[in-house]
Design a protein around this ligand. Sequence first.
Ligand code: ACO
Length: 320
Amino acid sequence: MTLRAVIAGVGSALPERRVDNAELAAQVDTSDEWIVERTGIRTRYIAGPGETTGTLAADAARRALDHAGIDAGDIDLIVLATATPDQTFPATATKVQTMLGIVDCISFDVAAVCSGFLYALSVADSMIRGGGAKTALVIGAETFSRILDWEDRTTCVLFGDGAGAVVLQAAENGQSGILATRLHADGRHQDLLYVDGGPSTTGTVGKLRMKGREVFRHAVVNLAAVLNEVLDAAGVTADEVDWIVPHQANARILDATAKKLGLSPGKIVVTVDRHANTSAASVPLALDVAIKDGRIKRGDLVVLEAMGGGFTWGAAALRY
Ligand code: ACO
């Protein structure tokens, strides 16, 4: 018997307020031309006072449950990836659990920054295949606007807020489901991408700091390597892949990674222009967009990948 975790439904949520590059250029020394040319970003969504990582996550989860046609009461596992939790504790996953009216299930957060959704998906997949859960909500949700230094033009133009969710269901002997996942971390480069605060060091939340050019170099190398690794593990070739849904950090990273693997740019789902970098939310947000607009269809071979602070990086190959 082969037990696999199948994607039963997807959903996403964005804050109400959309901010374009021109609005940012009125606040910091930047321009629409610079941001579009260097990153491909045109707009991002920024959370308002009533919107938090938890509320966005719960909205995305409700939509994923609706899409799957599954009742919240059937969820026995919630794994939520975030670097911007509502509070230091309890885990935002438990807040989402309560917002969904679920009285008892396993709920916890995973912190792997922009790769968080890949880490969360891999953990949920392992638990499902091991028989520890049957129906899981895997969520990536962030409010990076709250940890940005809005006077630092090198970082504040790059990020946005949002959430994406998938419902995973255990299925026996089917063709679809998660075929393979691969995860990595290398803690030696923490000075290239980090937040300069935390509960056990400064006692403050801190602000994001990034040496973008160096991160870019590592991202292209690591992502190409982990993509090859996950394709091998799944026993498929790059030619067979229908869609790549990458972490949406920078359109140039997406192009460079595709080129390195010899993949057609037409197979890559791009949403960075609309959402900017939403960290752990970006992969499930992009997946939701491409499934709902009809590009990704049942039976398609889909590869997800991400790289983020830590550094952490990972990929998943699945048959939708
Ligand atoms: N507007 C105008 N000029 C700017 C801006 C801005 N917003 N930001 C930087 N500049 C200037 C710099 O000051 C610099 O000027 P100088 O040459 O006079 O010193 C010039 O533009 C070039 O700066 P670079 O940093 O070298 O620009 P680069 O082409 O590398 O682009 C970017 C920067 C977009 C950040 C890119 O390096 C990148 O995308 N890096 C990867 C980020 C990433 O992948 N993150 C993923 C993980 S994120 C996570 O895990 C949270």
